[in-house]
Design a binder for this molecule. Structure first.
Ligand code: PMP
Length: 287
């Protein structure tokens, strides 16, 4: 049976789920999105994702033509329609079809799209042995140009850094901000451990306020692991005891090398392993 895709309140077979080539989401990356996971039929932090979607939309003056509660319900309905219990969900709102010009006032019909699918997990090996990543030469968007807090359909900045990573044989790449500080990876937030303290760049470093990041900060506090949100440089990662990334798809994944330099003892450290396990339990409702 073909997967069903939700578009504006209707389900379409995956093959027939289509929108206009005049949609400004396609023409200009003019729209917003969320990536979420469901565990045992329950979407992890659905409300937070819906809230972030609304904030992204507000930042680009896009009115989402449904209520947050209805959209949350539609996400759950789409999962049920596809009989998915452990899945990945992509929620998209485009500006809608308009003219070939930029003018958003000439678009009429924002498209609300929900795609639910099986989740493609990273191989176990990444979690057991840790990732090797590189620093991309592509810096994160300057917050005054296009705020990284907006999860917009314009992901070229991240795509370019991802290409650099892939060319170097790495599935993630570290992105610095316009000040040369550590920002985040192409689709994940970054944490390090120094002297038992968890350190991560603050939101004003020009990063996405990751929902997994927030959950990990809460978990660390619950387990009496001190957390500080401060500016970090590559130097801090080189001298860190541990490093890991967080994201909805990846959950918590250890990093053991940056730019061919070994971090800590080159294996996933104890705080990383603990938070990975705790996050896994939290997401699966076993806490
Ligand atoms: N940074 C970027 C650039 C991302 O695209 C993502 C994934 N949405 C994240 C961080 C992690 O955010 P979350 O934990 O909300 O998935």
């Amino acid at each position: 049976m073909s997967l069903k895709v939700y578009i504006n309140g209707q389900y379409f077979d995956k093959e027939d789920a289509k929108i206009s080539v005049y949609d400004h989401g396609l023409l200009y990356g003019d729209g917003v999105f969320e990536g979420m996971r469901s565990y045992g039929g329950v979407v992890f932090r659905l409300e937070e994702h819906i809230d972030r979607l609304w904030k992204s939309a507000r930042a680009i003056l896009l009115d989402i033509p449904v209520t947050p509660a209805d959209l949350a319900q539609a996400v759950n309905d789409t999962l049920a329609e596809n009989n998915l219990s452990d899945g990945y969900i992509r929620l998209i709102v485009t500006r809608g079809a308009g003219t070939l010009g930029l003018d958003p006032n000439r678009t009429s019909n924002p498209q609300v799209i929900i795609i639910t699918d099986k989740i493609t997990l990273y191989p176990d090996e990444y979690y057991e042995n840790g990732l090797e990543i590189i620093t991309a030469s592509t810096i994160r968007n300057h917050p005054a140009a296009l705020s990284p807090r907006i999860k917009s359909l314009n992901y070229l900045n991240n795509v370019l850094a991802k290409i650099e990573g892939l060319k170097a044989g790495c599935i993630e790449a570290l992105m610095l901000n316009h000040k040369g500080e550590v920002a985040e990876c192409t689709g994940d937030n970054v944490f390090i451990v120094q002297q038992g303290t968890l350190l991560t760049p603050a939101i004003d470093a020009g990063i996405l306020q990751g929902i997994t990041r927030e959950a990990v900060i809460e978990l660390a506090k619950d387990h009496s692991i001190p957390v500080r949100e401060i500016p970090l440089t590559r130097h801090d990662i080189f001298i860190a005891e541990e490093c890991f990334l967080t994201g909805s798809a990846a959950e918590v994944v250890p990093v053991v090398k940056l730019d061919d330099r070994v971090i800590g003892d080159g294996t996933p450290g104890p705080i990383t392993r603990k938070l990975k396990e705790q996050f896994g339990r939290l997401a699966r409702g076993k806490r």
